[in-house]
Design a protein around this ligand. Sequence first.
Ligand code: HAM
Length: 418
Amino acid sequence: MQALPGFRDFLPEGCAKRNCIFARWREVSRRYAFVEWEGPVLEPTELYKKKSGSEIVDQLFNFTDKGEREVAMRPELTPTLARVVAAHEREFKKPLKWFSIGQFFRYEKQQRGRLREHFQLNCDIIGENDLAADIELVALCIDVLRAFGFTEKDFVVRISDREFWTDLFRENNVPAERWDELLQVIDKSGREPREKTAEKLGHLADPVFAILKSGGQSEKLDKLVDGLCRRGLADFVAIDVGIVRGLAYYTGIVFEAFDRAGKFRAIAGGGRYDNLTAQLSDDALSLPAIGFAMGDVVLGELINEIPRAREAMQKAITSDRKIDIYIVIAKEERRTDALTQIQQLRDRGYRIDYSLTPTKVARQFQAAEEEGASLALLYGDEWPQVKVKNLATRAESLISHDALLDSVAKFLNMPGSV
Ligand code: HAM
């Protein structure tokens, strides 16, 4: 039996990599003073039907539960966030700066960079209209990627503004009901034959192609880039009006992060969604919002692709896996004494391993090396003294078992002491 298509088993190596990704996500989000929150993985299907737009609705993992409710595994977090904020808004000072790390489910055709489950970091600022929030959020997205060792040569955040397109629709008297559909066509235009896009756009094809070719310009986008420039981040961004985003709720600035080589799908995407909370609140409470999500799948591929990031990840995994002390039981009569001290050492927070069953001493030392232990403590003929071995320098000393806890503490703070 294998996992379902598009679902992953996380063996220890994969889990270590995932934990390392989560740790970086959390660390950088906190550097920006974002606080963590979480929502349910199952929501009423209606939430996505109303809010996410047709593309995501077609990809829902949905079913009728035993209480006859129509439910869906969450494909994204933003509608949940808007629902939660609409319900609890009064309890918090604005703006809210919230982040979340969780798993999401989309019944997509499995392909490189696209699975049926993935993890996302979501970062959102709610309750702030000012462009300062947009700048802060794009900077956060850049800094999260920089934390993995990527530079401006490895990735770029392409920034756009949906208002370019909605202004064009307005000028051409396109009814508002058609905007979403046309935005989807423009969003896909880079991936589809020109004739197909032209046919779908009708009389708008020429002006749309002209804007895509010339690139757009606006005071808002200039200010945004200027804000990033002042933080020394200008080399990480480019204006690209072809970025529209597939989700229905975006209202203004939108952006996506890509690898520079253009080999992978988007690493992250987001934008402004100023009307979503109003649509989900009973009293039509309007709260401006901007956010982005970064997925673990494309990010993981890019980490493997760029040697600097791959090595940094490997180093972090190796160091995270290391144990502090390996207990070598050289004489089985000493096992109980050793276990008493193992318990004491673990209570003090040290990572300890030992052989569960009688094993040759050489094999136990080999395990100590493989697990990256700093110290080996040998329980054998020397009892009531314990042989303490510094596995880096091979230096050894004998310490009475009742003085061991202090000696170990001293050594692990200052490895030269054995
Ligand atoms: P999204 O662009 O649909 O945005 O997803 C964000 C990121 O999640 C993508 O750039 C991609 O890395 C990853 N991702 C999406 N689908 C898959 C998949 N099937 N397999 C692997 N990775 C995937 C959103 O979800 C918005 N809710 C983001 C947002 C937050 N906007 C405002 N706040």
